[in-house]
Design a protein around this ligand. Structure first.
Ligand SMILES: C[S@@+](CC[C@H](N)C(=O)[O-])C[C@H]1O[C@@H](n2cnc3c(N)ncnc32)[C@H](O)[C@@H]1O
Length: 200
């Protein structure tokens, strides 16, 4: 069976690598590994999403869906120390790395746990959901993230998504317009769209 970065239990041989990367003006030390998305540097789209994100107007926690080794959730936790950041993924190796990276970067306002989509998130609602979604897992999974994000946002809360034009940004925009009253492209660079969708 072929292995994907969204496997629950990657079996590929371990090859951990540690490097530093600056996000939102803070230097981070990340350890990544095989079997996890974007293992040698922070993905371009992920970085654009992190740098474009603006703090939502409503009070409340933030949620990183499909956190991988943790760049989005940990960068936002460092930038917004007064907010708690939830970070979820299905990939156990990614979750282990996210936990290790949380500790290595001295972050204490992030909680990291395994959840298939929002299955373990419970009833909590968030001020913002932020995601670089697992495009390769298919449209059904990506659109489920959009729908479940809407259901887990506070009024006035925002969903921030990065998606490449060639991976379906135009149809993702249409889907988000069906779900949210306010949708805009907050940034566009090298074929990557940062889409912000706001709930009333
Ligand atoms: C494109 S990667 C982004 C990883 C990380 N946020 C980053 O930007 O480097 C998408 C992530 O979604 C996770 N994922 C896939 N299916 C999922 C699901 N059903 N529930 C939660 N996370 C999932 C994958 O394991 C992967 O880590």
């Amino acid at each position: 069976m072929s292995e994907h970065y969204y496997s629950v239990n990657p079996t590929s041989e371990r090859n951990p690598q540690t490097w530093t990367f600056t996000l939102r003006g803070h230097e981070f030390r990340f350890t990544t590994d095989s079997g996890v998305f974007s293992k040698r540097e922070v993905d371009f789209g992920t970085r654009l999403l992190i740098e474009t994100f603006e703090e939502p107007g409503v009070a409340g926690d933030l949620l990183d869906v499909g956190c991988g080794y943790g760049p989005i959730g940990l960068a936002l936790a460092k930038s917004f120390p007064n907010r708690r950041v939830h970070m979820i993924d299905v990939n156990e190796r990614a979750l282990e790395l996210a936990q290790e990276n949380k500790q290595a970067n001295g972050i204490d306002n992030a909680v990291i746990y395994k959840s298939d989509l929002f299955s373990e998130v419970g009833e909590q609602r968030f001020a913002a959901v932020v995601t670089n979604p697992p495009i390769r897992a298919g449209k059904r999974v990506v659109y489920a993230i959009f729908e479940q994000s809407r259901d887990h946002l506070l009024d006035g809360g925002e969903l921030w998504v990065v998606i490449q034009k060639k991976q379906g940004a135009p149809s993702a925009l249409e889907k988000l317009k069906e779900l949210f009253p306010f949708v805009e492209v907050a940034s566009k660079k090298k074929g990557y769209y940062i889409i912000k969708a706001k709930k009333c």
